[in-house]
Design a protein around this ligand. Sequence first.
Ligand SMILES: Nc1ncnc2c1ncn2[C@@H]1O[C@H](COP(=O)(O)OP(=O)(O)OP(=O)(O)O)[C@@H](O)[C@H]1O
Ligand SMILES: [Mg+2]
Length: 396
Amino acid sequence: MRSIRSFRADAGGVRVEPALPEAIASSPVPAAVLLPDRTIAEPSCGLTRLTGFSRNELLGMPLFSLLEKGRAHPEAGRAGSWLLTKDGGRVPVTAYIPEGPRIALAAFLPLEGEMALAVELKAARERLAARERYIEDFRTGVFRMITDLDRSESELKGALERLGETRMQLVQSSKMTALGELAAGLAHEVSQPLTVIKGLSLGTLRSLPQDSPSYEKLHLIAEAARRMESIVRHLRAFTRSEPPAMKPVNLNSVARDSFLMLREMLRSHSIETSIELAEVPSISGDPNRLEQVIINLVTNAKDAMPKGGALKISTGTVDAQGKKYARLTVEDTGEGVPAELIGRIFDPFVTTKEAGKGTGLGLSIAGGIIKEHRGEIKVESERGRGTAFTVTIPSA
Ligand SMILES: Nc1ncnc2c1ncn2[C@@H]1O[C@H](COP(=O)(O)OP(=O)(O)OP(=O)(O)O)[C@@H](O)[C@H]1O
Ligand SMILES: [Mg+2]
């Protein structure tokens, strides 16, 4: 380490008055004599007191390792700086450090009182603000994470519920499919022996005199076979084992046939029935399928009136945009369709009935059939008052 003595003897060819370093060394002002390379050649005792470093420790120390790098405090202006102390602290000072590579005297003026306080306060405030920002960012991050988690959890719950519903609907619909296939198979099996019974009974009937004792019995057999044939036909239409057979149809006769078929069933459920047929234009349609629509609508109406009520089937003509339509309405005085259901009532698997009682397919089948007829089906309902389904099919 270079000492004041060697500095005196060898100062890079620069002459220094020997009295100056000594005067500095004993000065209470924090100062230091610097060599051209900015190392300390002589610290004042004011500097050793202020920094806590001994004279020997300071000798030869680069001046800038005593100053906090890159941070000048704004209150003290450009020359303001922090002097580092041996115990790791720092003292705010105004530093006077002459520039240039020459022997020089650096002096430090400690900032005291309000000024020092203001500097410390400002620095503390900045540190606090930075910490607050960090905490705030952290809190926002955690909050966002919690909300995201909440949302994912409820989405998962919803998805699981929907999955459960879909699974139940699938089970139900596969049961329906199996049932449909069974019914179609049964209809096919039954129709042949039925043809034999009907053919033989009618043939024998023709060869018998009307007053024969067997005539009445055979007549009953032939009649029963005819009815069974019609049931089988319905069954086939229902299971769709037959393609649609479009032909000119009078909606009134379909309505009347269905009405006569369903009237007894409705009466047994304490439901009063009525039919009002008005003139309708002829349409192109499949009577069996149209009958199926009416059966589905009437069955729903019956289910909506568990304590009885009134059901009306009516027909008429609708004129719209220069075109004629045949109209059929099925009205009931039942409980009405729940409001949240009305928009999707024609969707498959929409049902309020308990498992095993309804599959939610009736109206979607009806909607499909009406679409095949290029028609429309609409619903109007009032909770607790009743429901009306109206079908319109363009004239042929
Ligand atoms: N006339 C009506 N009055 C009140 N609600 C009705 C009426 N018609 C249909 N609905 C409601 O619409 C739902 C769907 O009817 P849809 O006929 O499609 O299925 P479903 O009767 O429940 O079962 P499925 O007909 O397959 O046996 C019913 O569950 C019921 O809630
Ligand atoms: Mg139904």
